[in-house]
Design a binder for this molecule. Structure first.
Ligand SMILES: C[S@@+](CC[C@H](N)C(=O)[O-])C[C@H]1O[C@@H](n2cnc3c(N)ncnc32)[C@H](O)[C@@H]1O
Length: 206
């Protein structure tokens, strides 16, 4: 996806800025653990623990192999669990990268509120999402995303198959909807620190 590599790498940089000693960092919907590893190498504070959670057993198993091969010193725990019912506690950093878009709309506020509750004051949420736009901007963003896929070697068939696979599963929302909900969930400052076409990443501070 456009901007994915930068989002992963900068999640490590942001973790370095916000991680506090003796706290937990969470990578919610961690998939293969790319952000878990980036945070592991970005953390400078002592005695931190990173908890990566995904409800796909295959993802967690593969992530475990990558973590085992990695030489980072920060403790990592991987859990196969549903992030919508998982307790977040004593957190200084939470990453939710390209996952909220797959959670049912009516559960999104509840999840973000649980994250805000589990973050210590001054803690940070990194929220990365595919978003949608007003009618005048949407066609241009769609075109650029399509150009990105073609430039990265996807065939027209692959593009069509991917579109139908995520239709009705990935439900994007506008930036104003995201920011309003983050505030409602209990976050103070919210900034968009990154955007690449229709993929954005926000930093929300409790
Ligand atoms: C697009 S991937 C996320 C990529 C990953 N965060 C990264 O930056 O590399 C979405 C992941 O969220 C996981 N997921 C979706 N809903 C979930 C839920 N309710 N609980 C836990 N994991 C979930 C999926 O299994 C999938 O691995």
């Amino acid at each position: 996806m456009p901007g994915y590599a930068e989002t992963v790498a900068m999640s490590g940089v942001i973790a370095g800025e916000y991680a506090r000693a003796n706290t937990n960092l969470y990578d919610l919907g961690c998939s293969l653990g790319a952000v878990t590893l980036a945070m592991r190498h970005g953390v400078k504070a002592e005695h931190c623990k990173i908890i990566g959670i995904d409800n796909s057993a295959a993802m967690i198993e593969q992530a475990g192999h990558y973590i085992a091969l990695d030489d980072g010193k920060v403790d990592v725990e991987l859990l196969c669990a549903d992030i919508t019912v998982q307790n977040i506690e004593n957190a200084s950093v939470v990453a939710l990268n390209y996952v909220l878009q797959f959670i049912a709309k009516d559960q999104r506020l509840n999840l973000l509120s649980q994250i805000a509750d589990g973050l210590n004051v001054g803690g940070a949420l990194i929220l990365s999402e595919k978003i949608c736009f007003d009618d005048d901007e949407q066609p241009l963003q769609d075109k650029l995303h399509l150009d990105f896929k073609r430039a990265n070697g996807y065939s027209e068939l692959e593009i069509a198959q991917k579109r139908s696979a995520i239709e009705n599963v990935l439900i994007p929302e506008t930036e104003s909807a995201h920011i309003a909900r983050l505030k409602q969930a209990g976050f103070g400052q919210v900034i968009r620190w990154y955007q690449c076409f229709n993929f954005v990443s926000y930093l929300a501070i409790k």
